[in-house]
Ligand binder design. Sequence first.
Ligand SMILES: [Zn+2]
Length: 407
Amino acid sequence: MPRTLLRNLRIFDGVHPELIEDASILIEGDRIAAIHGLDDAPSADETVDLEGRCVIPGLIDAHFHAYASDIDFVKLEKLPPTYLAQRARHLMEDALGRGFTTVRDVGGGDYGLWRAIEEGWIAGPRLFYCGHAFSQSGGHGDIRAPHETEELCGCSGRGILAKRVDGVDAMRKAAREALRQGAHHLKIFVSGGIASPSDPIWMLQFSEEEIAAIVDEATRRRSYVAAHAYTAETIARAVRLGVRTIEHGNLIDEAAARAVAEAGAFVVPTLATYEAFRRSGAESGAPEHLMTKLVEVAGQGIEAIRICRAAGVRLGFGTDLLGPLHRHQRDEFRLRAQVETPFETLQSATSVNASILGMDGQLGTIAPGAFADLLVIDGNPLSDIALLHEDSTAIHSVWKAGRPVGN
Ligand SMILES: [Zn+2]
């Protein structure tokens, strides 16, 4: 196996708040073999002097949609899959270039895209996918306008990102089918959302029986359920029924946060998408109902993080961007700095997200045995998180599986 030595660097390992100074990283194949000091490092086939730069684990985005290459879901539905796959390829390659070496797709991402990445056809981040997110009729994944029926819109209920599933038996079948197709997790919508036309944010989506059924299917397959949920009521109900990750969570309160913490579940905030819509949603083609509903949740995102941290909730890091707004992926770092230390945000984007993926010690950390997915930064992001802001030029190089990405 080829051995590469990265020497003369400082390490943030994704877990501990202090840097390892004067270090070297020995890479064997696609994994980190050992961490050495500056002078006791072994020889290797290739040695790269990083001149005192910081090396951190490759970033993980735990709320990503590779197929959301347009803001308007209705438009997206009418495009051919082969064409959408090419657009997904671009979104993935751009994400990797921004330093995200892993993404968790929570609606849309599928076996074909995963396989193309694994085989190297696409130079994208590692992909953890769920296939379609599941929505009840009239739920967040139902993009029909109120007057549209199946016959009128020509839509099958099986969209690009989500599909409609109603009833316990249908839920079990959809879950089994997704898991058969290699889904790493399953995703449901249990409250209203902003991109859908007919469901109020406060709505309790899916019956308890339906949620319990999908949790049962996932658990027996040693997988888990992620749920889109905004309100305290929907969040508390979801974790009580065994949901493991709460997506967005903007309207959480102290009691719901305690319930999440006690269940050992996670919250994955996605501040970047609300900010991107607030700034440029209208001109990017966001539908009117989206801009109206945005107001209900956007302002609460920061406070939700404060409440979760106080309750001891493990917080992941996500973005949930759509269409051209994907370029704001690293804006999440700037937004979370309003309420978190650089260490807290970086830990969320690395080792905590790896825990969500069930990849502790393998992703999101710099340690022997972990994948050599790395970000080399000019400067120390633990003292200056602005080095990771979207307009920053401090990222020196991105490494995935032991090799530098692009140039
Ligand atoms: Zn989403």
